[in-house]
Design a protein around this ligand. Structure first.
Ligand code: FES
Ligand code: FES
Length: 172
């Protein structure tokens, strides 16, 4: 068992890049991502697993990074909001949030986009109910959710269109 007062070696792959770092075993993944790796797109809202602002993917599963001790994350692969865009090309979800007014103060937005990304990976053509259910763990104090759901739905349609035009037989 590790001594919680001593730092331990941790290996993480974050947004495709390998990192070796030292941290106290019970340090929160949220803090390591923000403070050690400078990934401040990961936001802290409640710090208690209630709001979803700190959502990231850990080995492909959506987690609240405020509830994950860094020792639990050792050896995993993490995707944060910073890992979605391709260079200067925004991810479809980021673009649709901009286009549909899905973000206001923006504190909830990275977590909501990560939850939506997780949903669309599982269900590329979600219904409105699927979207509501997929985002049920994420709270927003500003938007009233309508534009958020619209943005997720719009991103799903855009991705679908992209897939269709890229599929064999649809080349011009
Ligand atoms: S900050 Fe992690 S769930 Fe609210
Ligand atoms: S945009 Fe402000 S909390 Fe969601």
């Amino acid at each position: 068992m590790s001594d919680s007062r001593r730092q331990v070696d941790i290996s993480l792959v974050v947004n495709g890049e390998s990192h070796k770092l030292r941290a106290y075993p019970m340090e929160r993944l949220l803090d390591v991502l923000r403070r050690q790796l400078g990934l401040t797109g990961v936001k802290e809202g409640c710090g208690e697993g209630e709001c979803g602002s700190c959502s990231v993917l850990m080995d492909g599963v959506l987690v609240n990074s405020c509830l994950v001790a860094i020792l639990q994350a050792d050896g995993t692969s993490i995707i944060t909001i910073e890992g979605l865009a391709m260079g200067s090309q925004l991810h479809a979800l980021q673009q649709s949030f901009l286009d549909c007014g899905g973000a206001q103060c923006g504190i909830c937005t990275p977590g909501i986009i990560m939850a939506a990304h997780y949903l669309l990976n599982k269900k590329p053509r979600p219904t409105l109910d699927d979207i509501r259910e997929g985002l049920a763990g994420n709270l927003c104090r500003c938007t009233g959710y309508a534009q958020i759901c619209e943005a997720v739905s719009e991103a799903a349609v855009r991705e679908d269109t992209k897939r269709d035009s890229a599929s064999p037989g649809n080349e011009r």
